[in-house]
Design a protein around this ligand. Structure first.
Ligand code: WTA
Length: 663
């Protein structure tokens, strides 16, 4: 288990407690402390209160069907449509209020807002167009798009016609796109010509086309024109099976598409995420359970209200953006902001200037961003009026107390609660965090499990550990937002998430325990400190990457014989990729190899997986049985003491590697 950088110990000894700021508590959505007890007593019926935040076409018969664990079903036989929940239900009362406030990266860009009525119109028009292209119910539509409004529009258009979406992060490579389209047999792609990064146009269609070349079946593609209105163009010509987004929408001007009636358990979307093997996992989320989870947690934890201007600075290409830019906030009828660019362009105050200008009421972002803000200094936020903010949130990785306090003081002015939210792609939404008006905050600890969420920290045998002991985080009861399976791979679903602590022969739900592959500690007050992944997944700037995926990209480079990839501590990114590489004979001292390895990783996965350091070595430290000692490689990357290495088959290699890493 990775215990990080020793920061954890410091974190636990200097434990401080902050009460919910009074300025916040008075008007909070959830403020009755009895909710914890009540939800425990009334479980699983307590989750009706989540379902009640949605509009159902016909109500469900049963809250939870647990007759076939771990294939749980929630709100069975309930009927609803996610797009109708995000749009149609708000038209009467909030049709002219802003649903999406979009801020483009170039500062001179004409920002775009969509009222609920406008968003509804465009979603309908695009839904009609998708139908005409042949998209039917249950066809999986892939989206490979940056943070432009057409991405949530496309997601909602698909939801409207009952076609699950699979969004691939725009920073992923062509190869990653092809892998995901092939795995889902997806015949439709929605993408764009390009987008802006630090003021420069970036060609995206080129990458999409390269990905499409690797897709095994016929496809139709819709291309959004993001650049040419600004006079930037890479001169792409659309092929016969590619359609211009604006043309399609125009051709269907005024079209109305009735939202397709979906069963609560029908798939709303797939999201591919990194796991222990090289093959990404297709996490399946459903319409009723997922949507009620995203909505209830946005309501209870982020305290989203219709009159808010709520800002989540994540990317919709990841689960955080799905749940907390698109589905949760829109179901609640609020104004959700979307920012295309990076926080330091044109200057390091960009987020603060956006919050100031739009009077944003919440900010939800990742610790890696907060550490960067802290490094840049408090003069950037100080030049702006941030007093509109009511609540701050973090997600994606542990936040160290120093960054927490900086956020609390310099961004929240000690008047905003901070919710440190632990969850994952698979959980659909938040699981462990404080309810902001009820619970004290302890910097560094995410908090207690949410009401109705049964988390235990256990040892290797599944027994609960004592307060203060490190153990494994487990979820002992199902919850509505949980993944239902891995796409077309029930067996892997059981193996990856349940087998560790469950009696897989049993059909008693009590015998089934969900294991998210995180290590954690719990204190006397039931506050959980998450210690990080215990599998071969590393967390770079809050993004999940499988070491196996990176290794297989590296061994695919000519001249590489073997590679081991681990995560090493990194001040800003949380973790960074360290690659230890054995070259093939004849490639010793090949100057270009390092660059080719980096390029190989970027090509296979994307720039986020770029190794921080590539270390060439004649051998890797191995146990006598031949297993690579990854833990040791991690310690070397972190510059930690190594302890006894004499049980290795090849202890002499260790110093050699150490010298290179430090050199
Ligand atoms: C980590 C992102 C500590 C954890 C929503 C989890 C966290 C993985 C926190 C999921 C947090 C997420 N504190 N660690 N508040 N939130 N993690 O699927 O290791 O991209 O398993 O979902 O991020 O990453 P994913």
């Amino acid at each position: 288990m990775t215990d990080g950088d020793g920061q954890l110990e410091a974190r636990l000894t200097e434990q401080e407690v902050f009460e919910p700021p009074e300025a916040f508590t008075a008007g909070a959505n959830v403020s009755d402390p009895d909710i914890y007890e009540k939800f425990e007593e009334e479980w699983p019926a307590c989750w009706e209160s989540a379902a009640d935040l949605l509009e159902w076409e016909s109500t469900y018969d049963q809250v939870l069907d647990d007759s076939n664990p771990p294939f749980y079903e929630w709100f069975t036989d309930g009927k609803l449509n996610a797009s109708a929940n995000c749009l149609d239900r708000h038209l009467d009362e909030r049709g002219d209020e802003v649903a999406i406030e979009w801020i483009g990266e170039p500062v001179e860009e004409a920002n775009r807002s969509f009222t609920y009525a406008e968003l509804h119109r465009e979603v309908n028009e695009f839904a009609a167009a998708l139908r005409e292209l042949g998209v039917g119910e249950d066809d999986i539509v892939t989206m490979y798009m940056p943070m432009i409004p057409e991405l949530p529009i496309a997601m909602l258009a698909c939801a409207r016609i009952g076609a699950p979406h699979s969004v691939v992060f725009a920073g992923f490579s062509a190869e990653a796109l092809a892998t995901r389209m092939n795995a889902a047999d997806s015949e439709y792609l929605i993408t764009c010509d390009g987008y802006y990064r630090r003021g420069d146009p970036l060609d995206h269609l080129d990458k999409a086309n390269e990905g499409l070349a690797g897709v095994e079946h016929d496809t139709s593609t819709v291309v959004v024109d993001r650049l040419s209105d600004n006079g930037d163009d890479f001169g792409h010509e659309l092929t016969d099976d590619q359609y211009d987004y604006a043309d399609l929408v125009e051709d269907h001007a005024g079209a109305e598409v009735d939202p397709v009636t979906r069963d609560a358990e029908d798939m709303l979307f797939l999201m591919y995420t990194s796991g222990t093997t090289g093959q990404p996992k297709g996490v399946k989320h459903t319409t009723g359970g997922y949507l009620s989870w995203a909505t209830w947690t946005a309501h209870a934890v982020l305290d989203v209200k219709p009159e808010d201007t709520y800002f989540c600075a994540a990317d919709i290409g990841w689960i955080t953006g799905h749940s907390y830019i698109v589905y949760g906030p829109l179901t609640l009828g609020t104004t959700t902001m979307m920012y295309e660019g990076t926080p330091d362009y044109p200057d390091r105050d960009r987020l603060w200037s956006i919050i100031d200008e739009y009077d944003a009421t919440q900010l939800y972002t990742a610790p890696t961003a907060i550490r960067a803000f802290m490094k840049w200094g408090s003069s950037f936020p100080e030049n702006h009026d941030l007093s509109s903010l009511r609540l701050l949130g973090t997600v994606g990785e542990p936040i160290n107390p120093r960054a927490w306090k900086w956020y609390y003081t310099h961004i929240g002015n000690e008047e905003c609660p901070i919710v440190d939210t632990w969850w994952q792609t698979e959980t659909g939404g938040m699981m462990v965090t404080t309810l902001p008006a009820i619970k004290d905050m302890k910097p560094g600890a995410a908090g207690p499990p949410l009401p109705g969420v049964d988390v235990q920290i256990v040892d290797a045998l599944g027994e609960e550990v004592e307060a203060g002991q490190a153990g494994y985080l487990t979820v002992q009861k199902p919850w509505p937002g949980m993944l239902r399976t891995l796409y077309r791979n029930d067996e892997r679903y059981i193996q990856e998430y349940w087998a560790e602590y469950s009696d897989t022969e049993s059909d008693d739900p009590e015998d089934w325990v969900y294991f998210p592959e995180d290590g954690a500690k719990i204190d006397e007050d039931g506050y959980i400190t998450v210690l990080g992944r215990v599998d071969d997944v590393i967390n770079v700037s809050g993004h999940r990457l499988g070491t196996m995926e990176i290794e297989s990209a590296i061994v695919g480079v000519e001249g590489v014989a073997e590679a081991a990839v681990v995560g090493g501590d990194h001040d800003l990114k949380g973790e960074a990729v360290y690659a230890y590489v054995i070259t093939e004979d004849g490639y010793d001292g090949d100057e270009g190899l390092r660059e080719r390895i980096i390029a190989g990783v970027e090509e296979a996965i994307g720039p986020i997986a770029r190794p921080e350091q590539v270390v060439f070595t004649p051998d890797l430290p191995k146990t006598r049985s031949g297993k690579i000692m990854r833990r040791l490689l991690e310690n070397i990357a972190d510059g930690d003491e190594l302890g006894n290495t004499s049980t290795l088959r090849n202890p002499e290699i260790v110093e050699d590697i150490q010298r290179q890493v430090q050199g």
